[in-house]
Design a protein around this ligand. Sequence first.
Ligand code: SAM
Ligand code: DTB
Ligand code: SF4
Length: 329
Amino acid sequence: MIRNDWSRTEIAALFDLPFADLLWQAQSVHRAHHDANAVELATLLSIKTGGCPEDCGYCSQSVSADSGLKADKLMDVEAVLASAREAAAAGSARFCMGAAWRNPKDRDMDAVCAMIAGVKALGLETCMTLGMLSAPQAERLADAGLDFYNHNIDTSPEHYPTVITSRTFADRLDTLEKVRAAGMAVCCGGIVGMGEARADRVGFLHALATLPRHPESVPINALVPIAGTVLGDMLKDVPAARIDDIEFVRTVAVARITMPRAIVRLSAGRESMDDAAQALCFLAGANSIFTGDRLLTSGNAGASADTALFGKLGIHPAGRAPALSVAAE
Ligand code: SAM
Ligand code: DTB
Ligand code: SF4
């Protein structure tokens, strides 16, 4: 049953379950709605890197961070399509394009829409994350054929102002409404391991699971500690603040149970997890990963590590028949 009336008490009780009971429940929900042995491969590309005026405490691309990242301008459409072709050849089903903007400028919309059309023509699912949108911008993206728009709430409403001060939680919900009104699928999740309490992880998933419609896609990121960012430096000073793998798996499981139909993405942070922790995430209901050797600005395990992991676990890439995926390898 799909429910949008979860209470925080119910969600907290899921987090508190004995681990085996939680995973059993998550697996049952997962198997009722998804192929338990299929995981989607997605590729990320930063189409506009650095120089962002927002002050998100985790992000290397904020002008407030001292991460040494060089700011670039928006990539050419052709360069983006070349990268998308590589992603398709490497077996990705989905191509996610991210821009370090507070919001897109209207003058950028032609290029962005050409990227969407070109990537779709390669047979890839498209997702973009460009910051806040106006209603006409959301409509233009939808008209260009964008499948998903990613816009994360990141954490609980209470914890949000300790992570970001340059925009509010309500601003995020406002853009999500515009994305919905334009008819696109919503990709919305967040980051754990930012020094938040479990109650914030409860509040974060509660906010998602009580939206009028659940996001079709829920990325769960573990903070990638980047030197020169407020939160990356915090983790360097207080290593114990790193999210425990079991608590991360619990978060994935609760996302799966509360939002049964969503694609739950084991997103950033996989580099710091061993194969066993990632396997537990898949058991808990994660069914998409970012593959390749780069996320937006930070590293990722690489396609060969993912192929080896899938081989060990008997997982096949979603959206492609097992025979096809073997032939492609
Ligand atoms: N500028 C746009 C925005 O924030 O809406 C899009 C790009 S932004 C980099 C996309 C998402 O990546 C953020 O919302 C955040 O959840 C995630 N992210 C960014 N830096 C991260 C980090 N160091 N560790 C984990 N996740 C991160
Ligand atoms: C999301 O939730 N995670 C992705 C995607 N949406 C855009 C981004 C992860 C970024 C990790 C840090 C970096 O590479 O800069
Ligand atoms: Fe800018 Fe997005 Fe990074 Fe925040 S997360 S600083 S909005 S690029």
